[in-house]
Design a protein around this ligand. Sequence first.
Ligand code: NZQ
Ligand code: ZN
Length: 386
Amino acid sequence: MKNFEYKNPTKILFGEGQIASLNNEIPENAKVMLLYGGGSIKRNGIYEQVKAALHQRDTVEFGGIPANPEYEILLKALNEIKEEKVDYLLAVGGGSVIDGVKFLAAAALYEGEEPWDILAKNIGRDVGLPFGTVLTLPATGTEMNSFSVISRAETKEKLGMSGLGLFPQFSILDPKVVHSIPKRQIANGIVDAFNHVMEQYITYPANANLQDRIAEGILQTLIEVGPKVMNDPTDYNAAANFMWSCTMALNGLIQNGVPGDWAVHMMGHELTALHQIDHARTLAIIGPNHYKYNFENKKEKLTQFGERVWNITEGTMDEKAQKAIEHTIAFYHQLEVPTKLSEYTENYKGSSQFIVDQFTKRGWTGIGERGDLTPDDVKKIVEMSY
Ligand code: NZQ
Ligand code: ZN
């Protein structure tokens, strides 16, 4: 097992009715801005619950943060934060709203001229405005981590950032929010969380027995409850297990002491920037081909995944590893998530070159858990995914 440091300061309030305790978590004299997305919270009753919980607090609001939070729109929120002298942010939404708020938390205290530099120049953000979240869509794990991914349509970029200042102070996880999530977004959540585990688990053996078992437990839980939640989002226990699995998949716990890959996310983010494909779907497109392409390097963990998660008992090591990839693709299909780029767009042909150019420009010339995947490898993986 590798050495590691682990600190996660986010307080979780989990369960039905927890939104009502919101007010206790925010400092009494804070000037709060409530931020949300395209309006789902106004249709499903979450907005009313949040407003009721905030009692008579003087809050300003900023709505309209789109899926794949857009830089230009966030700049408008940033202006309001400064004008209104807001000193506490409350994100009510899915990954996009929460990530947008993380960016704003950093940007509000950033003294440089161009806030995009926080992302482009990878300036670590150890301080930010304090913020809390009410999660409305289990998927990304952003409610309990310090990552944020921001899009910029003008330059077709989608870049990530992280830093100690970007952990939410608290996150409220009420599984009842799952009731109103469209099937397609539930499928996205399952596939995203599944891939978060895979990025930290399908690498090479690191003698991290507990981390492996937790990773396998999350994958098995997603396989077990995912289809149940898709069929009936009002199944409280299935929704609760789905929600907590998504959080646990990316709160740092299973990353401790093990190598991380993240190449699937790096390629996937480019497909979203280029074709506006939902984040999770890009992972379903790239992931299986990434494992096929890197089969020799990953086959020990793929075999373990096949044996322990998919209960594959027959065949050689290679056969078990191959079958594990096939089972994964079948699982995505069961969730009605297509796994080929050409099923999402007709203009797929230039994608591999676009991604290679972006990676080369940024100096990302050795990625994956071994740092040995070159732009040429990336090109081949993307083309296998057409
Ligand atoms: O905008 P509204 O109207 O709220 O509708 C949203 C949006 O259209 C809707 N929705 C959310 N909760 C709902 C609901 N609809 C009905 N009922 C509810 N309770 O769902 C749509 C998608 O929301 P979004 O927030 O975009 O989805 P998700 O949570 O999947 O977030 C995706 C973003 O997170 C980033 C992705 O790249 C993408 O930009 N990621 C962030 C990570 C992190 N910070 O750790 C890691 C991930 O790998 C990922 O990259
Ligand atoms: Zn993801």
